[in-house]
Design a protein around this ligand. Sequence first.
Ligand code: TXA
Ligand code: MG
Length: 351
Amino acid sequence: VWSVDNDVENQHSCAQIVDAARFLREGAVVAFPTETVYGLGANALSNEAVEKIFTAKGRPSDNPLIVHIGAWDQLSTVASEVPEKGKKLMEAFWPGPLTVILPKTDQVASLVTAGLDSVGVRMPDHPIALALIKEAGVPIAAPSANRSGRPSPTTAAHVLADLDGRVAGVVDGGATGVGVESTVIDVTQDPPMILRPGGITREQMEPVIGCVELDPSFQVGAAEAPRSPGMKYTHYAPEGEMWLVSGKSEKVRAKMEDMLQHAKQHGQKTGVLATEETAPFWQSHTAADVVLVVGSQSDLEVVAQQLYAVLREFDDQEVQYIVGETFPRNGLGMAVMNRLEKAAGGRVLSV
Ligand code: TXA
Ligand code: MG
């Protein structure tokens, strides 16, 4: 573990960064913080290096990785062409939590793109990530640094819990800020299409490039397969069985009480994913063994930041049955609800 201060802005020569970058250059995998979640990095131009990411995570090889660049001049190394709307998005939101799907160059290792002719690229808005990539001197392929199927890591401790002994090292830069992954948008089509909602919202992008489509597989009850290979996997899931309940708050509360009591009668350890608004009720209720607060209904930035840590905490406390409330789907709520629905494996009740 290399511990680095977050003010490395102009200190590429910081000894820990130099050391970690040398590992990356030599083909090892190193976990590092970004503004969204921790990434598991390897040289994106080397199949031999990238293969180690798939092995460490236990990731299916048909799920492509995002390539991270530390400076604008690295873009042409990985992308053969940048459509006009893609350019506008990058100018508006890079560095930041936005991944743009572009036609790839031959230099990108074939394992990175899982055989596709497109590549997802982003410039992360984190001083340590940027310094590390610049120091490594090559674009860095990096999925989230969790074991496949586990919630994404927002601290170095989460990374170690999943991957200790399976990676060369972890650069510890403290907790990440955004908390959910980057938005993935395909600009090889017009209008561009959001393949994964994330840190940059549709509402932020539309004033910049006009109409943005949503992958139809996000509609509730959609029959279509997602266009982004990674979205078809059960992700982000805690080990317990999780249910979401949406509707008017009194009805939601009554339904959750029923569900929790039923689970308890069957001997299960129960948990509630609560908000500041509902926590006082559940904390005084015997049906819930564990009550974890993910933030407030009125501040989704905090909810996004806390979400994965809270899901992991349910696992740490060995909760077997979890009920949670839902959030409005606009703005950052689209990403939050997407991750919650995946955590719940699609178990959503409307009352
Ligand atoms: O915030 C993030 O994006 C984090 C940090 C580490 O940067 N990374 C991340 O990577 O979430 P990962 O591998 O967990 O998710 C990458 C997503 C997957 O859903 C994958 O299918 C999609 O991006 N993706 C990557 N390349 C693609 C491509 N060429 N076409 C379509 N989808 C692609
Ligand atoms: Mg991931």
